[in-house]
Design a protein around this ligand. Structure first.
Ligand SMILES: [Zn+2]
Length: 67
């Protein structure tokens, strides 16, 4: 079981379960350092809304990274 990080390693923002789940889904399933949605969006040159939509979709499918 990997440890959940508390803060974004780029900007220091507090991380939610969703931020962590999305980072692990997008970057590395067992990441112990994660980015908040804003920094993740920057990294992929997209918007926070893009990931928020993805999170809702993954949750509706019961993705284990979000529960
Ligand atoms: Zn951040």
């Amino acid at each position: 079981m990997t440890k959940d990080p508390e803060f974004c390693f780029a900007c220091g923002a507090g991380l939610t379960r969703d931020d962590i789940g999305m980072y692990r889904k997008a970057v590395n399933r067992s990441a112990e350092e994660c980015l908040c949605l804003d920094c993740l969006a920057k990294k992929y040159n997209t918007t926070r809304a893009f990931f928020e939509e993805k999170i809702e979709m993954l949750k509706s499918r019961g993705c284990s990274l979000f529960f």
